[in-house]
Design a protein around this ligand. Structure first.
Ligand SMILES: Cc1cc2nc3c(=O)[nH]c(=O)nc-3n(C[C@H](O)[C@H](O)[C@H](O)COP(=O)(O)OP(=O)(O)OC[C@H]3O[C@@H](n4cnc5c(N)ncnc54)[C@H](O)[C@@H]3O)c2cc1C
Length: 501
């Protein structure tokens, strides 16, 4: 007799989603999280009265969350409050232009007429094609199991309307946006989102070329910080008896004859279950928790062939003054070509770029309660992406230099006298991020994802190599992102309910 029906390792969004749905179906479910807070990359920690988001700073494409809470018998607003953020972004472009993109499509058309009249027709085509694609593909592609070719074919047969969008999967992010825009500023405004999926525009999948449009359907910030999302999912799951334990690091899976039957914790204790779900980086799951000796040779080779996603240093800043910003997010962009160049000639070469894209998030714009009265927070991703192992150096030594470079960037773009108004500052390097969440090489999206590592080319949600092992989260289909990992958790729960329900 097992202690639990389901043990979920890791309380990230994928793990919590699967756990809540398993609990709802009547399975006795336990989540084990090594950190002292839940949520993983989508979480919030407090220092000196400031509440900083660990990683994710916004949620766009909220359909998977809507679907999840529906499946849990409620609606999003029963468990968390999502504050709409408008404008979507403020842009500071490489040629010095500053403008904000409103959510409203007609207002955006007026903006395009002003900044890139030659692309108005392309913007209209982008909207026509993109909006129908988003609507028709959302449920079908995001929430359907896609471990195998046969599942992908079944999906196509069940939803023939999506087949016309298939070529988009075979195109690159930049290929898609170049088919609509010529103007360099329009191109950069739709290109940097490929990094939201962890790849440069020349490698990212064409599907993500439409992120810039999906944002016009609304982007949201949860009241109380990004941890509002995992807290809401956890609360819904706990209504069905879900148990969650923090400060519990899982060291190994209990294995017998190629079958998982529980976990061994760092403190040596063992807990058994009918099945185990891992929300961890899939290489960690297979090569550390399961162990190569418990895997067939083909599985060791296959899992070792993936690489980790990019790391991204972050700076958490508490200010005693309102920053000179217009929107929840401000992006300091560069040309589409230099977005690729940063990847190929800096990140891949182990060089930290001196000027690359930066993203400044100002969460106290949406929710002032995150900071003490009159104070503000900036979560700042500066000069991303940056290598995990800078050539000839290491991040612990570079921390001071990096902090100074980030403050200079803030002084240039956000607040000329930022240095005099910083009450709190913390730098999270890729090494710090690895230590905080045990993400190998500080990778922010689990395994790297490009056109060749999506869908059935990603580690499966239902393991083929280990019986009764399931995977969820950013290493599985659709990769990193709040909506995508919630969707991955739903897909994994569907497999479990099919196998055990
Ligand atoms: C800097 C940054 C910015 C981002 N910005 C956005 C954004 O604005 N919008 C968006 O949609 N997405 C964003 N993302 C991506 C998004 O946050 C993640 O893809 C998503 O939250 C990952 O969910 P996950 O299910 O993969 O779990 P993870 O968040 O990876 O969580 C895994 C959990 O497992 C735990 N764990 C690890 N090892 C063990 C162990 N041995 N035992 C027990 N527990 C363990 C970890 O502590 C962690 O809590 C961002 C991510 C980062 C890092």
């Amino acid at each position: 007799m097992s202690d639990y029906d389901v043990i979920v390792v890791g309380a990230g969004l994928g793990g919590l989603t699967t756990a809540a749905l398993a609990a709802k179906s009547g399975m006795k479910t336990l989540v084990l999280e090594q950190s002292d807070i839940i949520g993983g990359c989508c979480s919030t920690f407090e220092v000196d009265g400031y509440k900083f988001d660990v990683g994710a700073s916004i949620v766009e494409v909220i359909q998977p969350l809507e679907r999840l809470f529906e499946m849990l018998g409620g609606k999003i607003s029963d468990y968390l409050e999502l504050i709409p953020c408008d404008p979507i972004y403020s842009f500071i472009t490489d040629d010095g232009q500053r403008f904000s993109i409103p959510t409203d499509i007609d207002e955006t058309t007026e903006l395009v007429k002003r900044i890139a009249p030659e692309d108005v027709e392309g913007w209209h085509r982008f909207c026509d094609k993109g909006l129908s694609m988003i609507e028709e593909m959302m449920d079908a592609v995001m929430l359907s199991p896609m471990n195998t070719f046969s599942e992908a074919m079944q999906l196509g047969m069940k939803n023939p309307q999506i087949l016309k969008f298939a070529p988009t999967f075979a195109r690159t992010h930049q290929g898609v946006i170049r088919s609509f825009y010529k103007n360099p500023v329009m191109l950069q405004s739709a290109a940097f989102q490929s990094y939201f999926a962890g790849a440069p525009p020349e490698l990212g999948s064409g599907v993500f070329g439409y992120i810039a449009l999906s944002e016009h359907l609304g982007i949201y910030y949860p009241r109380g910080g990004m941890i509002g999302i995992p807290n809401g999912i956890a609360k819904a799951g706990m209504d069905y008896g879900l148990e969650i334990k923090v400060n519990q690091k899982v060291e190994k899976l209990l294995m017998e004859n190629g079958t998982a039957f529980g976990v061994k914790l760092e403190n040596g204790s063992e807990i058994t279950a009918k099945l185990v779900v891992s929300n961890l980086n899939a290489q960690v799951t297979y090569l550390k928790l399961v162990g190569p000796h418990n895997l067939p040779g083909w599985a060791v080779k296959a899992i070792a062939s993936y690489s980790n996603s990019m790391p991204c240093p972050m700076i958490y800043v508490g200010l005693d003054k309102k920053p000179d910003l217009e929107a929840h997010h401000t992006i300091v962009t560069s040309s589409l070509e230099s977005m690729n160049d940063v990847w190929n000639n800096f990140y891949k070469m182990g060089i930290i770029p001196e000027t690359a894209m930066s993203l400044v998030c100002w969460p106290t714009e949406a929710d002032p309660s995150l900071a003490p009265e009159g104070r503000h927070i900036l979560n700042f991703l500066c000069n991303a992406p940056a290598p995990y192992a800078p050539k000839g150096d290491n991040w612990d030594r570079l921390k001071g230099w990096y902090k100074d470079a980030a403050i200079k960037e803030l002084e240039t773009y956000v607040l000329p006298d930022a240095r005099d108004h910083i009450e709190y500052i913390q730098v999270s390097t890729p090494l710090d991020f690895e230590r905080r969440l045990l993400h190998p090489e500080g990778g922010i999206y689990g395994l790297f994802s490009d056109m060749t590592t999506l869908a059935m080319f990603r580690p499966r949600s239902r393991s083929k190599a280990v019986k009764n092992l399931y995977l969820t989260g950013s290493s599985t289909h659709l990769g990193g992102g709040v909506p995508t990992t919630v969707a991955s958790g739903i897909v994994t729960a569907k497999y479990i309910l099919k196998d055990f329900g």
